[in-house]
Design a protein around this ligand. Sequence first.
Ligand code: MRU
Length: 368
Amino acid sequence: MLIEGRAHRSIEEGADGRSARIIDQRRLPFELAFEDLRDHRQAVAAIRDMHLRGAPLIGAAAAYGAWLACLEYEALPPEPFAAAVEAALASLEAARPTAVNLRWAVRRQRAAIAKAGSPREKAEAALLEARAIASEDLAICAEIGRHGAGIIEALHRKKGRAINVLTHCNAGWLATVDRGTATACLYEANDRGIPLHVWVDETRPRNQGALTAWELSQNGVPNTVICDNSGGLLMRRGMVDAVIVGADRVARNGDVANKIGTYLKALAAHDNGVPFYVALPSPSFDPELADGDSIPIEERPQDEVLRVTGLAPSHGHGGGASRVEAELFAPGTRAANPGFDVTPARLVSGYITERGVLRAEALASALA
Ligand code: MRU
């Protein structure tokens, strides 16, 4: 997707052939900074500490991390190589708990590495698999975009005016290799010339809405940021035609783990007769879990709730803006910070997958 008119992907192989280059999303939307991951530990830290984020992208990063681990241990004899790589795979898989894409990517890499011969061949196989995972992600997002744009187009035909879509968190190109899942639908609809406006939930405490608003604006999609608590009122007023969100893990029965706050949007949508769609790439579907109750929910540090980070306005002559952290609560205040919630399948109107828009009952046979 475009940043200041230039095409970027959120993860790419480094020019040296021994690293993966990511966009450090902690610095966005104020600064475009790249980070080169040179070993699997850096990949684990980048996933865990949210230098990059979003379920499909952390899957792709884990896949490149597995390749980096193979490169690190290439000189070892086969047995120590296998043990060291397996430990690296385990740490990549454990870097964050909720998105199933990590497990999915690590399993694919484990199988690809097992099939190859020498450590050098295993490293080559891991690189090919990481590339395959990244390019499959692109293809999946393109199909999701196509199917989702069909929904927006149908709404536009029915209503004969611009369509207002509400989205939560960032299920954008920054959360995938490119294009996004929920946003792929928006980009595709926009490319087809369907008049469109997006309500972007701020998504406290990490404010992923800032990423969504930024990437939509960079790519010409009209949008407005709203506080997380505004969606219900807008839906009651008829100002939202559809909600489209992403997913970190969808259980076999269609229950959806996604960024904290998604569930409340689904409840409000249900109460107001607004269709609620989940953009679901198949790697985010977990057929091993019967329902959403057993999806592990990441508990994040309380500082994310108690503090905000932002850009201080520049004062005086030529003074550049600087990043500041500010306390929001009285000293000693305690905060709880679950990173995700679970939306029951009964609140989901449809799952926009690469195989079409599906009902919950159809997911297991179409995606597993
Ligand atoms: O904590 P994050 O920013 O990694 O959470 C991301 C989300 O919840 C996204 O909505 C989800 O991963 C879907 S991304 C296509």
